[in-house]
Write a protein that binds this ligand. Structure first.
Ligand SMILES: [Fe+2]
Length: 503
């Protein structure tokens, strides 16, 4: 039972004490010959800390070295400060938390699959919490087995700590959903982002994945093949903040926090990166600069207005700082792509129960996936009814383009009910599809692609690039001065889709 993790990684110390007996057996002072089998990759960054995660096949003597250049990794984090988890087949002398192994009850509650969902045998997963770092600072790193370097010590293995909380936002966020096929489109979408960042001369600072990252069942081997192997050039220097999709839900469980999804990620449970402790990795919040991020579990937890997740969200938002509020989860509140938010329960509940809480707190951007399409709303507020209509819920029906109809405008700071842009970014790799027209949408694009969000002080710019790195949508939100939100009486409407039939 990974209780120390549920109490937050700052509770690692107690776990590490419990591992002492195990260290005697495995953490010999020297290389063991173990092979790197995942990572290293980054998680849970704050202005002062970050977590480096990697796996080996076979036991190793884990170390991380960091420094200001690849050739000067002069600080060593040794095994005593690195937590360990192992696959269930590994014989351990002490009590070591286990990685996912499918139980009989799990197996009986799912469709028969061809892939074994359990963790690959002889797996050792290391999670190193690096503390005492300087904000907004680049560090290079390498991971070792004893004195044998497994990865890093080069220009590609680095991290940049977060800027101080409260400082002016200047960041680039990559948003991807439903990518985890391991197929051509997923790789093209990834390459397009890399080309875009090279052309615009700015790397991404963080990666938000809105779920369905490991088709078909979120099995450990599918995570490796369809997520880690594909994105490793980014994951080794950029934190991916995730939310669980329904495909990960085939093997991972939000209520227990067990499964390959929960093994793969280290996210805040105890307010480690700002925000109110959630006590679970299924939903959480974090602060970067003056942005408060909210991740919700739309798949397998109670979505009722008086459920634990809603109560936590209300309490979190009461205390949240930051001029910007960005929320993300898997099941979209508004869509007519490959799913229908007028008809499907999870989507209806996220809209009717969670959008009111978020808009009362002045949410700016709501990101989701699940529906394999790109849909981007006008500036909306109060669209909670079923079915969704555009009546009385559009605050600006323009395109939001700075040189088109003009950026969407909101007052300075963060104020309730001044408008949200809802984005479905489910076009990252899974087969795209459209069944109709969601009347709130300003852009509906049936192409593979991803979304880049650029925050710069009082301005947010969202860009959708398709898999060929062609810009297909661009909008901005400017939060400046005092803006009186008014509702558009007869808003612009997107053209109907030929059939416009929900299935
Ligand atoms: Fe999905």
């Amino acid at each position: 039972m990974w209780t120390a993790r549920k109490a937050g990684i700052w509770g690692y110390a107690s776990l590490l004490v419990g591992l002492a007996a195990f260290h005697v057996d495995f953490f010999t002072n020297g290389a063991t010959g173990a092979e790197l089998s995942r990572g290293p990759y980054l998680q849970l960054s704050t202005p002062q800390s970050i977590v480096v995660v990697w796996r080996t096949e076979g036991a190793s003597d884990p170390r991380v070295r960091i420094g200001s250049s690849p050739n000067e990794l002069n600080r060593t984090i040794s095994s005593e400060a690195i937590s360990l988890r192992v696959s269930a087949d590994v014989k351990t002398a002490g009590k070591v938390p286990l990685l996912y192994k499918e139980t009989a009850s799990h197996a009986s509650s799912r469709e028969p699959r061809s892939v074994n969902p359990s963790t690959v045998s002889n797996t050792f997963q290391y999670e190193a919490l690096l503390t005492g770092l300087k904000p907004e600072t680049r560090y290079y790193y390498a991971v070792y087995d004893g004195n044998r370097r497994l990865a890093g010590g080069d220009q590609q293995h680095y991290f940049v700590t977060s800027p101080p909380v409260g400082s002016d936002a200047k960041m680039r966020i990559w948003v991807v959903g439903d990518s985890g096929t391991g197929g051509r489109e997923q790789r093209d979408v990834y390459l397009a982002m890399q080309e875009f960042t090279q052309e615009t001369k700015r790397d991404i600072d963080l990666y938000l994945h809105v779920g369905d990252m490991a088709y078909g069942d979120g099995a450990d081997s599918e995570f490796q093949r369809n997520f880690f192997a594909v994105y490793q050039p980014t994951l080794r220097n950029t934190v991916c903040w995730p939310t669980m999709g329904n495909h990960e839900g085939h093997t991972s469980r939000g209520f227990s926090g067990f499964g390959p999804y929960y093994d793969a990620y280290v996210v805040p449970t105890a307010g480690e990166a700002g925000g109110l402790p959630s006590g679970t990795e299924a939903y959480y919040s974090f602060d970067i600069a003056d942005v408060h991020f909210i991740c919700l579990d739309s798949h397998d937890l109670d979505r009722s207005p008086d459920g634990a997740m809603a109560k936590w969200l209300i309490a979190d938002l009461e205390e949240a700082q930051g001029d910007w509020l960005v929320a993300f989860w898997h099941h979209p509140p508004y869509t007519k792509g490959s799913h229908d938010s007028d008809r499907e329960g999870q989507l209806v509940e996220m809209r009717s129960h969670f959008m009111p809480i978020l808009e009362a707190a002045g949410v700016d951007i709501v990101l989701s996936g699940h529906s394999h399409i790109y849909e981007r709303s006008m500036l909306i507020d109060g669209a909670y009814a079923t079915p969704t209509t555009a009546d009385g819920v559009i605050l600006d029906d323009g395109d939001g383009h700075p040189t088109g109809d003009g950026a969407y405008r909101k007052s300075a700071g963060r104020n309730p009910h001044e408008g949200t842009v809802a984005i479905v970014s489910g076009h990252g790799g899974g087969a795209i599809r459209r069944i109709g027209t969601m009347p709130l949408m300003r852009e509906i694009i049936l192409e593979y692609g991803s979304v880049i969000l650029d925050l710069d002080g009082d301005t947010l710019t969202g860009t959708m690039i398709n898999k060929n790195n062609v810009q297909r949508d661009l909008f901005s939100i400017v939060k400046r001065g005092k803006v009186c939100a008014k509702r558009v009486t007869k808003p612009w409407q997107p053209a109907p889709w030929p059939s416009n039939e929900s299935e």
